[in-house]
Design a protein around this ligand. Structure first.
Ligand SMILES: Cc1cc2nc3c(=O)[nH]c(=O)nc-3n(C[C@H](O)[C@H](O)[C@H](O)COP(=O)(O)O)c2cc1C
Length: 368
């Protein structure tokens, strides 16, 4: 596995396996002088922790961060920041069969072929949602970097199964409501229906998917490096590296395909003395460059692959078709746990591009 690092000015390396001793992140390129402590990281990790609600896996993990390098006396030093979280609640027994009886929808088969059977299959190994602990740690630092220029990153659940949030949700409702309910939805009435939908799928031994919207506010005009490091391309790449993501769209996204130009174009105006657009169908990015409007990206998650319903698979040892019934502890819906992960990914890419664009200096002399 040779591609475990991403970013240019700010690079993030992800390491660890679901049932190994720990999950870790190394962030290189963070400016010196940024105030940073465990609590800054922990607050983000707590948003994605498993085992806290009736709709998530029963794997109980504390997810306590340890910053092991790059911070001295409460400030970043400019050296690589290495952060780890230990895996404490590990039960590998249910995974003894997945190497020869691959789970439909999971990476067991493709990983076994690619790595000749040497990959760690326990809990999905490197293909587990657990690796997103590292994404969240990197994103927590990225959020602090972005805070220096007033950029705020939010995310919320906008769909689970057939329950959808229609129209725009005020940003204050997102700030206030998302982490106050287990569905991570900014509209409390819909959150309850989403939870029912998840519980119904779980009762059937099944799972369900949905959509998370990521939003970045106060992004300066000019982030993005066309053509091959366009801002939307880099954000999409990072988001597609979240396990179970199957679709990413910016602004009006696929709806743009059925619009006329006169409807799709975001026309310019002056608002509060600044150039703004009257609509935001482009999701805040034009020509691969941020245009100063909110960045809006929607991320589609498939249903959790590991379900307890019987499914068909192939026994790779006997080369015969067999049935599989999956045990182990799984989220019946990935979406709520992925909300802070989407925030983290969006924050990481924006911080990388803000550093590349020179919007943030290399020494920041931050206030604690
Ligand atoms: C936060 C999070 C939690 C996840 N939890 C599970 C899980 O409990 N069981 C499972 O089978 N897949 C889970 N996944 C999804 C798998 O890791 C993913 O579907 C698998 O690696 C195959 O990759 P792909 O779906 O991107 O093709 C989770 C993903 C995320 C982001």
């Amino acid at each position: 596995m040779s591609s475990n690092s991403i970013g240019k000015a700010l690079t993030f390396t992800c390491f660890g396996e679901s049932h190994g001793p720990l999950i870790g992140a190394v962030l290189d390129g963070c400016p010196a002088g940024l105030p940073l402590n465990d609590a800054d990281i922990q607050v983000e990790l707590d948003k994605r922790r498993p085992g806290l609600t009736e709709i998530s896996t029963s794997r109980r993990e504390e997810d306590r961060v340890e910053i092991v390098s790059g911070v001295y006396k409460g400030y970043t030093t400019g050296a690589p920041i290495c952060m780890i979280v230990r895996n404490l609640d590990v039960d590998s027994k249910p995974y003894e069969t997945v190497m020869f009886k691959p789970r439909p929808g999971h990476a067991d088969y493709t990983a076994k072929v690619k790595y000749g059977g040497y990959n760690d299959p326990r809990g999905g190994g490197r293909f587990s949602g657990r690796i997103t602990v590292a994404y969240v740690m990197a994103g927590a630092v990225a959020k602090k970097i972005l805070g220096l220029i007033g950029v705020e990153v939010l995310a919320h659940t906008v769909q689970i199964g057939g329950v959808r949030v229609e129209g725009e949700v005020p940003y204050d409702n997102i700030r206030r409501n998302v982490y106050a309910n287990p569905a991570r939805c900014a509209v409390p009435e819909l959150a309850e229906r989403m939870i029912d939908e998840i519980l119904r799928a779980a009762r059937d031994g099944d799972s369900i998917g949905g959509v998370v919207e990521g939003i970045a506010l106060n992004v300066p005009v000019g982030l993005g490096e066309p053509i091959f490091d366009s801002l939307d391309a880099d954000i999409a790449k990072m988001l597609f590296n979240i396990p179970a993501v199957k679709g990413v769209e910016f602004g009006a996204g696929f709806r743009l395909a059925s619009m006329r130009g006169s409807e799709a174009n975001d026309q310019y105006a002056i608002r509060d003395g600044r150039i703004a657009t009257l609509t935001n169908n482009s999701g805040g990015i034009i020509g691969g460059i941020s245009n100063g409007m909110p960045i809006k990206v929607r991320v589609a998650f498939k249903p959790t692959p590991s379900i307890s319903k019987k499914q068909r698979t192939v026994n790779l040892e006997t080369m015969s078709e067999e049935e599989i019934q999956i045990a182990g502890r799984h989220d019946p819906c990935i979406v709520p746990r992925a909300v802070p992960v989407v925030e983290a990914c969006l924050a990481f890419v924006l911080a990388d591009h803000a550093l590349r664009a020179g919007a943030i200096p290399r020494i920041v002399r931050g206030e604690k």
